[in-house]
Design a protein around this ligand. Structure first.
Ligand code: SF4
Ligand code: F3S
Ligand code: FES
Length: 250
């Protein structure tokens, strides 16, 4: 089939303003949007800039707006879009570096701010085995282990568009992954961070994040669970209550 692809083009500081370049392509409907971009870059315009690595929905590097929705270019087929007019733009809320490439540094700063790693200073078990947990304990945070840090959620979130200091759904997902891990002892620090003015309460339950996630993580639900912990103090580990009365108490 023949399709038209319009692509956002801009080099800040070089171009006076953004433009859209249009390409007409003969494609197989089963080709992915990433294949179209590779085709254009390889055969029509080598200056086109976009990120990609794995090409199989694993690395999270090719999130972009495809016909107005945040998607991974390597996971969307032409036939999925049900049109012969395709518009490709950078994700919103992060500064464009060139064309479809945005500056991900602020996104990763927010991610790092929630301490996205296991915190446990207790000595390892004397028998040398790993820290054990039950299947139920592991299942408690299984969904939020699936994040590939593509930023499709955070850059689909209206409160983030309005205030780039909002920690954003991706960071909250990764905080959730450890807050609900029975082996972890860092919940208090993470909840303290998420209680800040630009933390979890900026979420207005818009659900765009959940709709955008290529890993189908129940993001809005995870955010609600973190809010509930902060509001009610219902989580505990080793019999220690974690909640508003302990957050920030040292
Ligand atoms: Fe991407 Fe989903 Fe992770 Fe957000 S939660 S960064 S959309 S994988
Ligand atoms: Fe934004 Fe998702 Fe909340 S889109 S407002 S983080 S539910
Ligand atoms: Fe890795 Fe698409 S290129 S997720």
């Amino acid at each position: 089939m023949q399709i038209t692809v319009k692509i956002y083009r801009h080099i800040p500081g070089v171009d006076t303003q953004p433009r859209y370049d249009e390409y007409t392509l003969d494609v197989d409907p089963k080709e992915r949007i990433l294949d179209l971009l590779e085709n254009i870059k390889g055969f029509k315009d080598g200056t086109l800039a976009f990120r990609r690595s794995c090409a199989h929905g694993v690395c999270g590097s090719d999130a972009m707006r495809i016909n107005g929705r945040n998607r991974l270019a390597c996971k969307v087929l032409v036939q999925d879009l049900d049109t012969d007019q395709i518009v490709i733009e950078p994700i919103i809320g992060l500064d464009v570096i060139k064309d479809l490439i945005v500056d991900m540094d602020p996104f990763f700063e927010q991610y790092r701010s929630v301490l996205p790693y296991l915190i446990n200073d207790d000595p390892l078990p004397a028998d040398g085995k790993e820290r054990l947990q039950s299947q139920e304990q592991r299942a408690r945070f299984d969904d939020t282990t699936k994040c590939i840090l593509c930023a499709a959620c955070t850059t689909a979130c209206p409160p983030f568009w309005a205030n780039r200091k909002y920690v954003g759904p991706a960071a909250i997902v990764n905080a959730h992954r450890f807050i609900f891990d029975s082996r972890d002892h860092g919940a208090e620090q993470r909840l303290s961070r998420l209680s800040e003015p630009d933390g979890v309460w900026r979420c207005r339950t818009v659900f765009n994040c959940t709709e955008a996630c290529p890993r189908e993580i129940k993001i809005t639900q995870a955010i609600a669970e973190v809010k509930e912990v902060l509001a009610s103090g219902k989580i505990n580990y080793k019999g220690v209550q974690i909640g508003p009365e302990r957050v920030g108490s040292g």
